[in-house]
Structures are given as C-alpha cells and as structure tokens.
Design a binder for this molecule. Structure first.
Ligand code: 13P
Length: 255
C-alpha cells in the first residue's frame, strides 16, 4: 500500500527560532491515519527539529540535499553518514533549484540516489519540466528521461525507499498551479513508466507527490486525483496553519 505524504520544503527560509516554533506547532497536528508528514529542513536545524517533532505523530524530517560521496575532503558538503548520525533518514534529491543553480545533472543525481539508498535513506526524487518544454509538448519525454536517467538502474527492492515528486518548474513559487488534470496526467505517465520498468506492484506502491504552488485552497482537489499521493510544498509549508490544512486535505486512502 502506498502512503499519502504531505512534505514541506522549507528551502533557505526561516530563522532558527521561527523554525523551532513551526516544528513545535506541527508536532501537535492530529495527522490523519495513513499519512506521513515530512519537513525538509535546512541542514543546521535538522538535529534540533528532529528532536522537536519526535516520533509521536507521523511527522519526520528530511534533508534538502546530500553529497554523493560517503566522506572526504569536500568542504561545505554534508554526507548521508552525518545525517544518519543525527537520526535523519530521508533526503530530497534533484530539486529543480539544485539542478539549475548547482548544475546537478541526471548522472550526478543517480550517484546521490545510490549513496542515499545504500545508507538506508528514503529518497524524495524531484523531476519536472520548464514552461518551454511543456509548450513544445516535450514534457512527458523530458520528465520520463529524468526518471530513467537517474533511477532506472536501481534494483526492484530499492523502490520501497523511493518517492517521486513531480514539480513543474513553471508552477514553483509562481502561484500558477498545474491543474489537477495536468498533474494527474503526468503522474499517470510516471506510474506507467515505473510499471513498464519494474512491474505493476512496484509502480502501485510508489508514492508520487505533486509540487508547485500547492496551497490550502487547491490541495484537496489535487490530492483527490487517483495518482496524486500528496504534495511537496514550498511557500505554504512555512506557515503552520496553512500546512496543517494541507495535511488534512487527503480524502483518499491509498491501496
Ligand atoms: P512552492 O510551493 O513555493 O511553489 O514550491 C514548491 C517546491 O519547490 C517544493 O519543493
């Protein structure tokens, strides 16, 4: 059975005290059964926020990145081993902002995914096209290529720790959300791709999240779609009341 997931990506926002206050509020939320809440927290705050959310109510933390090597002379980088040692077991990889600003390629992401999986992490793997790519009607191939290039040499058993986040770049931080139909169509495409590569059972068990201007006002409609198993939320995850509403927007129990 796949999970409903409400994931927040705090990106490079919030002071330490604001982050602690937000996590404290979210740790008190009555999370619906069958739903995981994941907070993508900046590295310096991870240990403390992890302690605040504890293990009580299905809220856990994720790192927003990790390095592709286990350790060594890589100034400024953070390894899976370091994250593991403070109790972090989920990492967001391949966000479009890292692909664009840090020039992370499909090949590099393939390495990062493997290192993270080998360390026992759950990986939230992001993919998504630009507006130009969509307007050229190349979005299915483009997103399919990102997934194939970085995830298709995984073993079947690795997929239990993969979550896909489809985040069309034109919808991130713009207030323009993909319509539920546009998102559903891409999610169905991604699930079919996984099914063709790894079988129906794995495809049906993989949570596929939508990201890009998810708000309390549109979450219900998006999450009601058959292949949309939740959201990866930026701006609206920075306010406890907004994110709580999103967490409570699930209508479908996943099978
Ligand atoms: P917004 O929800 O702010 O559009 O950000 C989406 C995102 O990039 C989440 O990773």
């Amino acid at each position: 059975m796949r999970k409903n997931i409400a994931a927040g990506n705090w990106k490079m926002n919030l002071s330490y005290s604001d982050a602690k206050a937000l996590a404290t509020d979210l740790s008190k939320v009555d999370v619906p059964a069958g739903t995981d809440v994941i907070l993508g927290v900046p590295h310096p705050y991870l240990a403390q926020i992890n302690e605040i959310v504890g293990t009580a109510n299905s809220v856990s933390v994720a790192a927003q990145n990790c390095h592709e090597k286990e350790k060594g002379a890589y100034t400024g980088e953070v390894s899976t081993g370091m994250l593991d040692s403070i109790g972090v077991k989920t990492v967001i990889l391949g966000h479009s902002e890292r692909r664009e600003y840090q020039k992370e390629s499909d090949a590099l992401l393939s390495e990062k995914v493997k290192v993270a999986l080998a360390a026992g992490f759950r990986v939230i793997f992001c993919c998504g096209e630009t507006l130009t790519t969509r307007e050229a009607a190349a979005h299915f191939d483009y997103v399919g290529g990102q997934i194939k290039n970085s995830l298709f040499d995984l073993k079947n058993e690795d997929w239990k720790n993969i979550v896909i986040a489809y985040e069309p770049i034109w919808a991130i931080g713009t207030g323009v959300t993909a319509s539920p139909e546009q998102a559903q169509e891409m999610h169905a495409h991604i699930r079919k791709l996984i099914s063709d590569g790894f079988g129906t059972e794995i495809a049906e068990a993989t949570s596929i999240l939508y990201g890009g201007s998810v708000k309390p006002a549109n979450a219900k409609e998006l999450f009601a779609k058959k292949d949309i198993d939740g959201g990866l939320v930026g701006g609206a995850s920075l306010k406890a009341a907004d994110f709580e509403q999103i967490i409570k927007s699930f209508q479908l129990a996943r099978k």
